[in-house]
Structure formats: C-alpha cells, structure tokens
Design a binder for this molecule. Structure first.
Ligand code: C5P
Length: 212
C-alpha cells in the first residue's frame, strides 16, 4: 500500500513557504497499523517530526508537485492507496529567487492550483482501492459525500477540524463513508487506535473484493 502523510510546503522565496497545521500523525499511524496488519507499506510524507514506523519505507518530499511525482512513480501494482496528507491546493505562481523584501504597502500573491494526487490515483485503470480524507469545518457529511463522488473514491474518512480539533492533536474521530450504505462512526480515540480501526474496515472491504 501507499499512504501520503503530513503537510506540503509551497515555497514563496528561499526562506518562506505556504503550509498548514497537519502534523502527519494520522498518516504515520495508518502506515504503522497497515504494517502491523501485514501490508508492505510505502509512506510518502511532507516534513514531519515523527519517527518512521518499523518496517515502513519512508519517502520524504516538500511540495505537492514532488508528492505527486513520488506517488505516481510508486503506485503501479499497489492494492491500496490512502491519501492522508494535507496537500496544499494552491502554490505561489512564482517562487522569488531572493528573499522578498518588506515594502510599505500590501503584498499581493498570485496562487495557482497544485496537482490533485488523490484524484489522479483514482483515475488510473487498473487502480488500487482508494481512500481519501476530508477535513471540514462545516457540513462534514455533505462535503465528504461530494468528495467521494467527485474524486471517484472507494472510501472517504471525514473529520471535523478547527481550533483544538483534528489537526495538531493526538486524538480524533472519523465518519467513514462509501458510495453505498450508512456512514460508519469511529468515535474519538487516539489516532493510533483510529488508524487500526480504519485499516480493519479497509481490509474487510478489500477481502470482499470492494475495489472499483
Ligand atoms: O479536496 P480536498 O483537498 O479537501 O481533499 C482532501 C483529500 O484529497 C485528502 O485525502 C488529501 O490527501 C487529498 N488531496 C490530494 N492532493 C491534493 C489535494 C488533496 O491527494 N492536491
């Protein structure tokens, strides 16, 4: 299996970047849980201050573009892809070659979209079983359902985020949705336990031949 984790960093100039609050903990926990369950695991991660789970191959990247390349170079033959990374949706259209100097007025940045890794993996034929994450501040289930349909996923794991919730914390809860059936609620618990529960759910589906 291949799992993405952590935040990407999109450079503005040689010293600054656009990033987000993802710690990488959920993706690392998923890699560890899948390894424990017997999978051969490649973990493609943005910069994260976390130890590599035992027996897992770690590939380090910074930008969304590099994460996309690293995933595409290794996806062939994978049975399962989990996109747990908080990938930047936009990057600065230009990376300044030198440090941007302070001026007196406002500074306007132009951003351009990054490649959507999850969508690209789900569009492959043949393709692995594809699990995405949806971190939302409002209308959790509606947004998650839309993401599942729009990106063509097999499962989406949705979690509420906001101050003290979801990101940079050790515990989380998930609503897991498939195209058919009711959502499965995984109650608030440490991310390590949540990861084991999600891997068990995915394994059930894989064994039932649930690949699209
Ligand atoms: O559309 P949104 O970014 O909210 O979707 C979140 C899901 O898509 C996560 O699973 C995330 O890892 C994945 N994603 C991705 N590549 C992007 C943006 C998001 O793989 N460029």
């Amino acid at each position: 299996m291949l799992v993405t984790a952590g935040a990407t960093r999109e450079p503005l100039d040689p010293v600054r970047y656009l990033g987000n609050r993802s710690s990488g903990r959920m993706g690392f926990a998923l890699a560890a849980a899948a390894r424990e369950a017997g999978a051969e695991v490649v973990l493609v991660t943005g910069p994260a201050a976390l130890a590599t789970p035992r027996g897992v191959e770690r590939v380090e990247v910074e930008r969304a573009e590099q994460m996309h390349e690293a995933v595409m170079a290794r996806i062939e033959g994978a049975d399962l892809f989990i996109g747990a990374a908080a990938v930047a949706d936009y990057r600065p259209a230009q990376e300044a070659p030198e440090k941007i100097k302070k001026g007196s007025g406002p500074l306007t940045l132009t951003l351009e979209p990054t490649p959507d890794i999850l969508r690209a993996v789900a569009a492959r034929r043949p393709r692995p079983f594809v699990v995405g994450f949806a971190a939302e501040t409002t209308d959790l289930l509606e947004h998650a359902r839309a993401k599942l349909r729009d990106k063509g996923l097999d499962l989406v794991a949705a979690n509420r985020v906001g101050p003290g919730r979801g990101l940079e914390v050790e515990r989380n809860s998930l609503e897991v949705l498939a195209a058919e059936g009711e959502p499965v609620s995984l109650p608030e618990q440490p991310k390590e336990d949540l990861a084991r529960a999600l891997i068990a759910l995915v394994a059930e589906r894989l064994e039932a031949g649930g690949r699209a």
